[in-house]
Design a protein around this ligand. Structure first.
Ligand SMILES: Cc1cc2nc3c(=O)[nH]c(=O)nc-3n(C[C@H](O)[C@H](O)[C@H](O)COP(=O)(O)OP(=O)(O)OC[C@H]3O[C@@H](n4cnc5c(N)ncnc54)[C@H](O)[C@@H]3O)c2cc1C
Length: 394
């Protein structure tokens, strides 16, 4: 053990940093401008096992615990947040949901291909009128013999065009209350009735595909339903607890990149005959950046350690509140740090030729997907107040 992490964890982090420095970061600006990732990067990530970090070894994955996975993910995000987002969806909510609620047959069929990087995955929960209020989704699943037929539209599906497996959430009981009567379905995007109808032009994470998908009567066999077809929304929320820690690590990686660029630039840029790093105002910014990043990283890893050891409690210590707090703190830190980085770079910071404006654009996304900051505050407050109400009753 070295400090809070083991020697093995530090080696994995170093390997991820080396990979990000050599194979990701140099290409990130061109991928951002082209609005496309080189698919070869995922082949290389798969060779290192990084597409199946959370997949157990028996299914061909690395079987990392949450802490180790998040250390590696932060480094990939330091290289490029768009690459990290794909890795985070694959290793986060999709793997978590299949492991927690999939059948042995589903796990055996899908997890080895995911770990090998042969199959990229997507998580299709949001709809045009159901974002924060995802429990109110309208996509319909209608019984058809022992299977189902899916009809509706999914919005903002990351990797929805290049994925080989899409987890789609659809309403199985239209009379059920909000958040109930929803199933989780494994959809093969090569089905004729699965159509990508548009791609968003996003502010940041421009190399990541964010698409609209139309499901026009996609037939789902019984063996492609995950768990209880009435409980899919509950599964989605559980999976998003894991996912939110991943987005927290992604945000810390963005912040760390912005911080390192800022230190280097502050030492190099001279005004009034000396490096701007000698000005107290700049030093104050660098100090606040470092302190906030350390705080956010600590929250992400405290959440991961609690999940790994099964020691989450209630209230602010509950699994959901810990994941929400980590993502909230990390994403708001990333945006704040990237904003300060642009400020430290001055006029150059505002130019596309320098790296920090991209980091600001990328950071903004982390405050929105997998739960906006406002929704995360609601989740944390709900957990705190539920606990207080329970202890008041007793
Ligand atoms: C780049 C990107 C990638 C994405 N990838 C995916 C994906 O792969 N899969 C997927 O399913 N979705 C994805 N999303 C969708 C994302 O999860 C939603 O955009 C997000 O949950 C917010 O939903 P909305 O956009 O409908 O905003 P709305 O829910 O309409 O919210 C608008 C504003 O109102 C606030 N608000 C809403 N309700 C409340 C409330 N009760 N109290 C206080 N404030 C509230 C919100 O915080 C926000 O500020 C992605 C989004 C982006 C930007």
């Amino acid at each position: 053990m070295t400090g809070e992490f083991t020697t093995d964890q530090l080696e994995i982090r170093a390997m991820a940093r080396d990979f990000a420095a050599g194979e990701i970061r140099p290409h990130a600006p061109e991928w951002d401008a082209a609005r496309e990732l080189d698919p070869g990067v995922f082949d290389k990530l798969a060779e290192l096992g990084f597409m199946g970090m959370r997949v157990p070894e028996e299914y061909g994955g690395l079987g990392f615990d949450a802490s180790t996975y998040l250390l590696a993910l932060e480094e990939l995000a330091w290289g490029d947040a768009a690459v990290a987002l794909t890795v985070a969806i694959q290793n986060g909510p999709v793997t978590a949901l299949l492991l927690a609620h999939g059948t042995d047959e589903q796990r055996e069929r899908h997890l080895p291909a995911m770990a090998a990087g042969d199959v990229l995955t997507a998580f299709a929960l949001s709809e045009k009128d159901a974002g924060s209020d995802a429990g109110g989704l309208g996509c319909q699943a209608v019984r058809d013999g022992d299977g189902w037929v899916l009809t509706g539209e999914k919005r903002w599906v990351t990797n929805g065009a290049r994925a080989g497996l899409v987890l789609v959430f659809a309403r199985t009981d239209s009379s059920a209350d909000r958040g109930h009567g929803i199933g989780a379905f494994i959809v093969d995007p090569s089905a004729e009735e699965y159509e990508v109808t548009g791609r968003e032009t996003t502010m940041g994470l421009r190399a990541s595909e964010t698409v609209t998908v139309r499901l026009d009567g996609v037939r789902i066999d019984a063996d492609a339903v995950v768990g209880d077809p009435e409980q899919g929304f509950r599964y989605a929320l559980e999976a998003l607890d894991v996912g939110r820690l991943g987005i927290g690590a992604q945000a810390v990686g963005i912040a760390q990149a912005a911080f390192e660029h800022s230190v280097a630039y502050a030492l190099e840029r001279k005004q009034f005959g000396r490096p701007i790093a000698e000005f107290g105002a700049i030093q104050g910014k660098l100090a606040d950046m470092a302190a906030r990043i350390s705080g956010a990283r600590a929250l992400v890893h405290a959440g991961a350690a609690a999940m790994d050891s099964g020691s989450c409690g209630s209230g602010a210590d509950s699994r959901s509140a810990r994941a929400a707090s980590a993502k909230l703190q990390a994403s708001e830190t990333a945006f704040w740090v990237a904003d300060e980085a642009v400020q430290i770079f001055g006029g150059y910071g505002y130019m596309r030729d320098y790296p920090v404006e991209k980091l600001l654009r990328d950071a903004k996304g982390t405050e929105i997907y997998e739960g906006t900051s406002e929704i995360l505050r609601l989740v944390i407050a709900r957990e705190i107040l539920n606990e207080a109400a329970t202890s008041h009753e007793n």
